[in-house]
Design a protein around this ligand. Structure first.
Ligand code: NAG
Ligand code: NAG
Length: 350
């Protein structure tokens, strides 16, 4: 009984990996890189390194305000205000801004950053769900932090029982599950995975909709980081803007690495505070877990493939940010001169 199931799962996983690889390859061929227009070559050298692989303490302050995504088409190939980035160092950090990506280990990170902030007696500002309100690099002395997870895994989580976006906030009405004691989860009131395929979850988003991670099934990273919930060029301009903004964060946590003790050590060294990756509860988790146990989710292979295909731009962004050439053999090269702990002139309490 168990063996055929294991075999089926293995085949399924292998197939999905192959298809993802294929998609990324196709995307590499199809998306033209206009990034060269966005940065001068000198600046590009710095920005090409992902802060997931190379956390840094620099701040890229745009001299002009960021171009609204709607205007970007006009600007591609022309002088772009993002060219005039001025780099400065933000040390010592007196504040942390965390843009919390849901269902990617964010609740644990919040707790950890809280411990960091109280250790150094500095401010911590957390934002969740909507578009980031604070432009990356706009406040001096601030360490900008965000987190990522494989976008398809984040949505449906084939390997993990816990922590998937669809199984929690997509499938169930969490408000009912948590607050309404007479609400009984059934197959009839569970929402269908097959229908969860739009930019706004079960429905397409309007361009001027306010983005929300709770209601997002397609290209959530590109939407959230670019600040645009729709596209008229198959996400090309949103992808560019999202990547440019994402690469200006000082550090990006990668969910897939959280089990790696070397990674945990590198982060704890970076901040000079222990306790990264301690288990933590999250809203609606226990209730939805119970409901999913009662009514197991059966996911059709073709629907997973469809969702994967719909999320191809997000997958690309995720891979470009998290495939780190300096991470070979579990060696996380968080260069020592930017360690948070090493900053001068800060009162350390606790
Ligand atoms: C609580 O759940 C019951 C049963 O599903 C439903 O009839 C009722 O309208 C719900 N109450 C609220 C306030 O949503
Ligand atoms: C720390 O304080 C000393 C003495 O006031 C000063 O010379 C030094 O520049 C400060 N360092 C930083 C990084 O602000």
């Amino acid at each position: 009984m168990a063996r055929p199931l294991l075999l089926t799962l293995t085949i399924f996983l292998l197939a999905s990996i192959l298809i993802q690889l294929r998609l990324v390859h196709e995307l590499d061929q199809s998306i033209s890189h206009d990034a060269k227009y966005l940065f001068s070559s000198k600046e590009q050298a710095t920005l090409q390194k992902s802060p997931a692989c190379y956390p840094h303490s620099k701040v890229a302050i745009p001299k002009n305000s960021i171009v609204p995504p709607s205007d970007i088409q006009v600007l591609i190939g022309h002088a772009h205000p993002l060219i005039s980035l001025s780099w400065s160092t933000s040390k010592p950090f007196t504040r942390i801004y965390f843009y919390h990506i849901r269902k990617a280990g964010g609740t644990m990170i919040r707790k950890y950053l809280n411990a960091v902030a109280s250790h150094y007696n500095i401010d911590l500002r957390i934002q969740e769900n909507k578009y980031a309100k604070e432009e990356v690099g706009s406040a001096p002395g601030t360490l900008y932090v965000t987190n990522l997870r494989d976008p398809v895994e984040r949505s449906i989580s084939l390997c993990h029982i816990l922590f998937s976006h669809f199984k929690y906030e997509g499938r169930w009405d969490c408000k009912q599950l948590v607050k309404n004691h007479s609400f009984v989860p059934t197959k009839a009131n569970a929402k269908r995975f097959e229908d969860w395929k739009e930019t706004n979850g079960f429905v397409p988003s309007d361009c001027d909709d306010s983005f929300s991670f709770t209601n997002c099934a397609v290209n959530c990273y590109v939407q959230s980081f670019s600040g645009e919930g729709c596209s008229n060029d198959e996400w090309k301009s949103e992808y560019q803007l999202a990547k440019e903004r994402l690469f200006r964060y000082n550090i990006i946590f990668v969910y897939e690495k959280f089990k790696d003790t070397n990674y945990i050590q590198a982060i704890e060294n970076f901040f000079g505070v222990s306790g990264f990756n301690k288990a933590s509860d999250y809203w609606c988790g226990a209730q939805a877990h119970k409901a999913n146990k009662k009514i197991p989710l059966v996911v059709g292979f073709e629907h997973v493939m469809k969702l994967t295909k719909l999320n191809e731009i997000d997958i690309r962004l995720y891979k470009e940010t998290t495939l780190c050439d300096n991470w070979a053999a579990g060696n996380y090269d968080f260069c020592s001169d930017i360690l948070f702990v090493g900053h001068e002139n800060r009162t350390v309490i606790g």
